[in-house]
Design a protein around this ligand. Structure first.
Ligand SMILES: Nc1nc2c(ncn2[C@@H]2O[C@H](COP(=O)(O)OP(=O)(O)OP(=O)(O)O)[C@@H](O)[C@H]2O)c(=O)[nH]1
Ligand SMILES: [Mg+2]
Ligand SMILES: [Zn+2]
Length: 351
């Protein structure tokens, strides 16, 4: 990206409403929210790296966030606007269970390659992540120029992407790009998620009409090093913005039963017809899910994928509950300690 070295605009002392282009540990890179194509500028963060929401909770800002920036002296971010949407993934971090990948996006581009063959389970996982965000998912299948029947493959993927548009594209011969361009409009924010080597940055460059992001130089086999190493918001020519993200091996899901039911609307509809409401779809009598697998209506693979993600979501929910309980215990410990200190203090006033 262009390094944020441009001089700050004239500072009249009023705070700036700014969009986060990039979020690092101690500082943000921001642009004015009313001019996303303007020169980027550095804005420092408080020492703990957190910013307050209007309700007082402090959270780490992420790319796409709208922040308030104080421009007296060195720019520093002071507050965070509530997020319209948030793409969140399971975090391995100690301080929080969720990591916000991108905020305030309207569209999540689930980017998957056609060559090597698309991984349907990964598409289902990323669609669940996308539905959970509140934004609209769109599947983009890249490298259409490398396969003989991209449309046929897109139709296969569309069968596991219920209610979602699926486009086969190529940045080499331009196939399908107009369908993705049709999503762009002034003020629209998108994020591209998908495995390393899928062609996210290549797509970003094609949509931007210039080389904004570095891409993998050699023919990639989809493995090996990640070319994009940090998330970044890129202004596109038509007033839209797109967040490019580093490829991830497997994004962990946060608890999201509704999102799962949306991704697997077919399985959920079948499960609603099982004789027992707590049917585990293994060997229960009157199981509509098993019956659909046996009749070939539902692919065994899809059922297995749903089970895997449902287990993961349930685990995440338990972990979130455990954390809440631990936080509650810690709060009570603090409260009672303070109480005892006050009582002691009242009995024998400290010198
Ligand atoms: N033939 C062909 N190659 C493509 C296409 N799109 C991307 N590639 C190639 O795929 C490789 C990976 O592309 P990138 O855009 O760097 O992939 P990425 O998803 O950004 O990868 P990470 O940044 O590691 O997550 C590069 O060698 C691109 O040239 C395409 O439409 N057709
Ligand atoms: Mg990239
Ligand atoms: Zn059942």
């Amino acid at each position: 990206m262009t390094e944020p070295t441009a001089p700050p605009p004239v500072d009249d002392g009023t705070p700036l409403r700014a969009r986060v282009v990039r979020a690092d540990r101690g500082a943000l890179v921001v642009v004015p929210d009313d001019d996303l194509g303007a020169a980027a500028h550095r804005a420092d963060l408080p020492r703990d790296g957190l910013l307050p929401l209007p309700d007082g909770t402090r959270v780490p800002p992420t790319v796409g966030d709208v922040v308030q920036v104080d421009r007296t002296g060195a720019w520093h971010a002071t507050a965070l606007q509530p997020r319209r949407t948030a793409v969140v993934r399971d975090s391995a971090g100690r301080t929080s269970l969720e990591q916000a990948v991108a905020a305030n996006v309207d569209v999540v581009l689930v980017v998957e390659h056609l060559d090597p063959e698309p991984d349907l389970g990964r598409v289902e996982r990323l669609l669940t992540l996308a539905w959970r965000s509140g934004a609209r998912p769109v599947v983009v299948l890249t490298k259409a120029d490398l396969v003989p029947d991209p449309e046929g493959m897109a139709a296969e993927v569309a069968r596991v992407a219920i209610g979602v548009d699926v486009h086969a594209v190529s940045v080499v011969d331009g196939t399908g790009l107009e369908a993705v361009c049709a999503l762009l409009a002034p003020g629209v924010a998108l994020v591209a998620v998908g495995p390393s080597g899928a062609g996210k940055s290549s797509l970003v460059n094609a949509l931007a009409g210039r080389e904004v992001m570095a891409t993998h130089g050699l023919r990639s086999d989809g493995r090996g090093r990640h070319t994009t190493t940090h998330r970044q918001l890129v202004p596109l020519a038509d007033g839209a913005v797109l967040v490019d993200t580093p490829g991830v091996r497997g994004v962990g899901l946060v608890a999201a039963p509704e999102a799962l039911d949306t991704t697997f609307a077919d399985v959920a509809a079948l499960a609603a017809r099982c004789r027992f409401s707590d049917c585990a779809h293994v060997s229960e009598p009157g199981c509509a899910v098993r019956a659909a697998v046996e009749s070939g209506e539902l692919a065994e693979r899809r059922l297995a994928s749903w089970r895997k993600l449902a287990r993961e979501a349930a685990y995440a929910a338990r972990r979130a509950d455990a954390r809440l309980a631990a936080e509650e215990r810690a709060r009570w410990k603090r409260v009672t300690k303070e109480y005892h200190q006050r009582v002691r203090g009242a009995g024998s006033p400290r010198p």
